[in-house]
Design a binder for this molecule. Structure first.
Ligand code: SF4
Ligand code: SF4
Length: 90
């Protein structure tokens, strides 16, 4: 699972920055084309949902998503890593 912020919905209120117990959200630095400073993610793989939701089949934390007034936070499925054969010529 991968944590994402939808920049089209976020209004830059930084509530997510305040509530995450792992401090995964950091205040953003630059306004986007809508003039909104969207928070940045600091190593989102530390998030309990990113790491454990697939394993336990339920939401483990989700406080940020519950708090966000604009439903801008969600988790996306990630493609499984597929190793590919590499031809090495000598
Ligand atoms: S709580 Fe939602 S709207 Fe507010 S800054 Fe975070 S993602 Fe954006
Ligand atoms: S689900 Fe919990 S740990 Fe994960 S980013 Fe949101 S508040 Fe932080």
């Amino acid at each position: 699972m991968k944590l994402v912020i939808d920049p089209r919905r976020c209004k830059g209120c930084n509530l997510c920055v305040k509530v995450c117990p792992y401090r995964i959200f950091r205040p953003g630095r630059r306004p986007n084309e809508r003039g909104v400073v969207v928070p940045e993610l600091d190593r989102p793989e530390r998030c309990a949902n990113c790491r454990l939701r697939r394993l336990y089949g339920r939401t483990i934390c989700g406080v940020c998503q519950l708090t966000c007034p604009d439903q801008a936070i969600r988790w996306e499925e990630e493609e499984a890593y597929e190793p590919r054969k590499v031809a090495v010529e000598y």
